[in-house]
Design a binder for this molecule. Structure first.
Ligand code: KIV
Ligand code: ZN
Length: 515
C-alpha cells in the first residue's frame, strides 16, 4: 500500500528568516491561510521567543488555522518551550519543534559543550514539552555533518524521551543525494526504537541538492518532508515544497508514496508567497517559474501540437495554471503561428499564412517575443495603419512637494489635437505620469510588468522602461528609452496606447467584414 508523506512547511519560519524585512502578522496570516488551503499538513508558524512580532503571528495563526497542524520552533530552553506552547494554546492541534546542534562542530564550537551534555539537554527539554503536547518534533541540527554513532545515539534517546517526529536536517546543504539517503537508511537499521517516530528531513540548498536529497530520503524511508514555497530560506534556501510534491505526483510509479496536497493550489500559493515576501521567482524555476510550461523552439512546439506528452511531463492545469500559450519567437515554426491564430478564433482561409509567417519572422528577429495583437496586426492590418502612431508625448512636467506628493502635467498629441491633463500621486512621480496619461487616453488596463533598466553613467546614461499591460484580457507590450526615466516611462505607455488603438482598428475592421 502507498504511504503518505507528511508535508511540513516552514515558509513562515525558515523562509522568513531570509527576508530583508520581517512580515507583518497580517501578511503571515495570509500565507498561512493559503498553505492550509493547499493542504499542507504542518505549518511552522514561527519562533515565538525570537520577537514579540513572531509571538503575535504564531498566536493569531493558531486561532485561525483549523485543518493544518500549527508548529513553533523552540531551542532546548525552558522559557522557549513555555512561550511556544503559550503562543499556540488556542490552536486546534499543535506541535512543539525543538532543535539542538549535534555535529562535533556545532556541539563544541557553537554550543561549547560535550555530546553527553547535549543529549541531556535534549531529553530534559522533550520531557518539559510533553507537559503541553504529545506532538513533539526534535531536530538534530547539522545532522548532515554529525557522526553516525552520535546521530543514532541521540535519536534513540529523544524517541525514548517522547519525541514523535525526528528531523534530520542538512543544515548547511553539504550532503549529496546518495549519501543523505544512506544516513536515513542507517538510522532505520541501527536505531532500535526508530519505528516509534516519523523520520523527517529538512534540507538546505547550498549545493543545489535540497530537493534531490529530500527525494532520496523518501526512498530510504523518510515520511515527512520539510521545506518552503518557492524554496525560499536561509542562504540558497530550503527544499522547494512544490518541487517535492510534484515529483511525488509525477513519479508515483517509482516512489510509491502520496501527499495530501491539493495540487491545483500550488500556483496561486507560490504567487502569494512571492508577492508578500517580495521575492521574485526565477523564470526557469521548476514547476512555478514563468517559463516552466512555455515551449519556445519550433521543434518542441511542433512536437507539443502533435502530442503534449512529447515535451510535457506535467500539465500546467494540474498546478492550477491556465493553459500556457507558446512563446512565439523567431524560433517558432509556421505550425505554432497557425495554431495561435486558430486559438484566437481565426480560420486559415481568413489570412495568408505564408505572408503572415514571413512578416512574423521579420518582426520576431527584431523584437523577440510576439504578442497576439501583433500577430493580428501582421495578418490583417492595412498598410496605411501598420506604422501609424496617433499618440505622441509633447511635454511632461513634474512638481514634487515637501510632503512627498508628486504632480505630473502632461501634454499628448492625440490624432494631432493637444490634450493636457495633470494628476497627483502620493507614491512616486512615475505613478503621477501614469495617472495623467490614463486621464488623457482613457484606456482601462492593469500593469502586469514594469521593468526599469539603465546603462551608462553621467552623460552616457540611458534609461529603458519595458511595460506589459492587460487590456480587456489581452497583453500589450511597450518600451520607452530616454536619458530621463520619466520620459522613458511615458513613452513606454504611449507606445502601448498606439498598439491598443491600432488593435481596436483591426478588430473593428474584422467585425465589419464578418457582418
Ligand atoms: O536548518 C536547520 O537545521 C533548521 C533547524 C532549526 C530545523 O532550520
Ligand atoms: Zn533550516
Amino acid at each position: 500500500m502507498k504511504e503518505r508523506i507528511i508535508i511540513f512547511d516552514t515558509t513562515l519560519r525558515d523562509g522568513e528568516q531570509a527576508l530583508q524585512s520581517s512580515l507583518t502578522v497580517k501578511e503571515k496570516l495570509k500565507i498561512a491561510l493559503s498553505l492550509e488551503k493547499m493542504g499542507v499538513d504542518v505549518i511552522e508558524a514561527g519562533f515565538p521567543i525570537s520577537s514579540p512580532g513572531d509571538y503575535e503571528s504564531v498566536k493569531s495563526i493558531s486561532s485561525v488555522i483549523k485543518s493544518s497542524r500549527v508548529c513553533s520552533l523552540s531551542r532546548c530552553l525552558d522559557q522557549d518551550i513555555d512561550i511556544a506552547a503559550e503562543a499556540m494554546s488556542t490552536a486546534e492541534k499543535f506541535r512543539i519543534h525543538l532543535f539542538l546542534g549535534t555535529s562535533k562542530l556545532h556541539v563544541e564550537s557553537k554550543l561549547r559543550k560535550n555530546f553527553k551534555e547535549i543529549m541531556n539537554m535534549a531529553v530534559k527539554s522533550i520531557k518539559r514539552a510533553t507537559q503541553y503536547t504529545d506532538d513533539i518534533e526534535f531536530s538534530c541540527e547539522d545532522a548532515g555533518r554529525t557522526s553516525m554513532d552520535h546521530l543514532c545515539l541521540i535519536v534513540e534517546q529523544v524517541i525514548k524521551a517522547g519525541a514523535t517526529t525526528i528531523n534530520i536536517p542538512d543544515t548547511v546543504g553539504y550532503t549529496v543525494p546518495q549519501e543523505f539517503g544512506n544516513i536515513i537508511h542507517l538510522l532505520f537499521n541501527k536505531v532500535p526504537n526508530i519505528d516509534l517516530a516519523v523520520i523527517s528531513v529538512h534540507c538546505h540548498n547550498d549545493l543545489g541538492m535540497a530537493v534531490g536529497n529530500s527525494i532520496s530520503a523518501i526512498q530510504s524511508g523518510a515520511r515527512q518532508i520539510e521545506g518552503t514555497i518557492n524554496g525560499i530560506g536561509e542562504r540558497a534556501g530550503n527544499t522547494a515544497l512544490e518541487e517535492v510534491v510534484m515529483t511525488i505526483e509525477t513519479r508515483k510509479d517509482l516512489l510509491k508514496v502520496f501527499t495530501n496536497v491539493n495540487l491545483k493550489e500550488i500556483y496561486s500559493t507560490s504567487r502569494i508567497v512571492s508577492k508578500i515576501c517580495r521575492m521574485d521567482i526565477a523564470s526557469n524555476k521548476a514547476i512555478v517559474g514563468n517559463n516552466a510550461f512555455a515551449h519556445s523552439s519550433g521543434i518542441h512546439q511542433d512536437g507539443i501540437l502533435k502530442n503534449r506528452k512529447n515535451y510535457e511531463i506535467i500539465s500546467p492545469e494540474s498546478i492550477g495554471l491556465k493553459k500556457v500559450p507558446f512563446n512565439l519567437t523567431s524560433r517558432s515554426g509556421r505550425a505554432a503561428v497557425k495554431h495561435r491564430m486558430n486559438e484566437m478564433g481565426y480560420k486559415e482561409h481568413e489570412y495568408d499564412i505564408n505572408k503572415l509567417y514571413d512578416a512574423f519572422l521579420h518582426l520576431a528577429d527584431k523584437q523577440g517575443k510576439i504578442f497576439d495583437y501583433e500577430l493580428e496586426k501582421l495578418a490583417f492590418c492595412d498598410d496605411q495603419y501598420k506604422n501609424l502612431d496617433i499618440f505622441f508625448l509633447k511635454s511632461l512636467h513634474i512638481q514634487s512637494d515637501i510632503n512627498g506628493s508628486y504632480t505630473a502635467i502632461i501634454i499628448v498629441l492625440c490624432d494631432s489635437k493637444e490634450i493636457k491633463k495633470s494628476a497627483n500621486s502620493c507614491y512616486d512621480p512615475i505613478d503621477a505620469v501614469y495617472q495623467a496619461l490614463q486621464k488623457i487616453v482613457q484606456y482601462t488596463f492593469s500593469v502586469k510588468k514594469f521593468y526599469l533598466s539603465s546603462t551608462g553613467l553621467g552623460k552616457a546614461l540611458i534609461s529603458q522602461v519595458d511595460i506589459i499591460v492587460d487590456y480587456n484580457g489581452r497583453f500589450f507590450q511597450g518600451q520607452g528609452t530616454s536619458r530621463d526615466l520619466l520620459i522613458a516611462s511615458a513613452n513606454a505607455f504611449i507606445s502601448i496606447f498606439n498598439s491598443i488603438w491600432c488593435s481596436n482598428q483591426v478588430i473593428n475592421k474584422l467585425k465589419i467584414l464578418k457582418k
